[in-house]
Design a protein around this ligand. Structure first.
Ligand code: V47
Ligand code: SF4
Length: 378
């Protein structure tokens, strides 16, 4: 059934305004919406209109399936040479006593702690430490793979990679090949923030710029690696900046098809230089998830990162275009608890995740990083 048929039925119940029928028709016919239409929807469409459209697309692609994986995080350091104003996590290099720095052996021990457990992915991400160079991480990757070859290593944001490559005076392609050969399987989506130059300069002036972020992902894709993309929203940006961000991602995805998942990240304002900015409302958050599903027609998956959003909001997002819940199973990530998330010790067992998903009428599916099904929970 197309969205137009759905509209005819649902119009009686929820009253889809005629103003949005032309866009609904485009969605029904797999036609892409334009940036101007995206901005108009963001500015004027109701949450229920966006939810209906996004849910239609989500169910057309994935039915009720909601993916999660079994992963854990290694955060090598929270020391960072950069100074993003929204970041509650990084400690300046000069204030090392407040930071942590893990050795290669300590990180390999963290991997060994999961021996015998059915984990499929380790997510390695942290601050940008001037002494942790590409050769340090090359050795780490090799040691993790030597210990557990089948474990998928998703690691290093484009921000970390750009710094490592420049410091080692390597081209992005040369650097990426070194890490890929050492065992790096895919890239997480962090560091994208907001691509608009003016906003980016106000919130994170000193790290890799938007073109650099996109280039690093394009290079990873050219080597056959997959990656994710994030967008930090709900701070000083406007709707047009969110659409511009998604437009740039949509264009790169047309060329490479290397992105798996888009992850909108809600700005949290605890204990950072942007604490004066109020956090966005749940309505804004759900609109943003829905718009992501509507706009990014070439992205297979939209993820709600529950340690940041909170469990109930993550459940709600499953009606607004989201079909992936990530899956951190322990409290191995500190990025959001330090920024004020409700989830101070993000930890869910597989059983709890499955219950969370089924409570809102969806079907939980355990996946690997590349979305191969491992187990369906009916
Ligand atoms: O790039 C930092 C964000 C990101 C705050 O690819 C903040 O599967 C909100 O990208 N409020 C890093 N967000 C984390 C990340 C990620 C997380 C989970 C899964 C994946 C994936 C990627 O965290 C940073 C930045 O955008 N961040 N501070 C804050 N105060
Ligand atoms: Fe460093 Fe990342 Fe924090 Fe920016 S967001 S200061 S790059 S840890």
């Amino acid at each position: 059934m197309g969205i137009i048929d759905m509209d005819k039925k649902l119009a009686e119940l929820v009253g889809i305004p005629s103003e949005w029928q032309a866009i609904a028709q485009k969605i029904d016919q797999y036609e892409r919406i334009t940036p101007a239409e995206g901005i108009a929807l963001f500015e004027r469409a109701s949450l229920s209109t966006l939810g209906l459209m996004a849910n239609f697309i989500r169910e057309r692609r994935h039915g009720n399936k909601t993916y999660f994986n079994r992963n854990f995080h290694i955060e090598p350091t929270n020391v960072c040479v950069f100074s993003c104003k929204f970041c509650s996590y990084s400690k300046l290099y000069s204030k090392r006593e407040e930071g942590w720095e893990l050795s290669i052996d300590e990180m390999v021990e963290k991997v060994k702690a999961y021996d015998g457990k059915p984990i499929t992915e380790v997510h390695v991400v942290g601050g940008v430490h001037p002494k942790m160079d590409i050769y340090f991480f090359e050795e780490l990757l090799k040691k993790i793979k030597a210990h557990r070859p089948e474990l998928h290593i998703k690691g290093f944001t484009a921000v970390e990679l750009d710094y490592m490559f420049r410091k080692a005076k390597l081209s992005r392609l040369e650097g990426m090949k070194i890490l890929h050969d050492a065992g790096l399987d895919s890239l997480p989506g962090g560091g994208a923030e907001i691509f608009d130059t003016e906003i980016r300069e106000k919130i994170s002036a000193d790290k890799v710029d938007s073109d650099g972020w996109l280039d690093i992902h394009a290079i990873a894709h050219s080597l056959g690696m997959h990656s994710n993309a994030t967008m930090l929203f709900g701070h000083i940006e406007e709707y047009k900046h969110r659409i511009d961000h998604m437009e740039r991602l949509r264009q790169l995805q047309d060329q490479t098809k290397g992105f798996n998942t888009f992850i909108p990240l809600k700005f949290r304002n605890h204990d950072n230089e942007m604490s004066y900015v109020a956090e966005s409302s749940s309505i804004e958050d759900m609109k943003t998830y829905a718009m992501a599903r509507i706009y990014l027609d070439n992205f297979p998956h939209i993820k709600a990162y529950w340690p940041m959003l909170g469990r109930e909001q993550a459940q709600l997002s499953l009606s607004f275009g989201v079909n992936d819940m990530d899956g951190t199973i322990d409290d191995s990530t500190k990025i959001y608890s330090m920024a004020g998330s409700e989830e101070q010790n993000p930890s869910l067992t597989t059983e709890e995740l499955v219950v969370m998903i089924s409570q809102v009428g969806r079907v939980a599916v355990e996946r690997d990083t590349l979305y191969n099904t491992i187990q369906e929970f009916n």
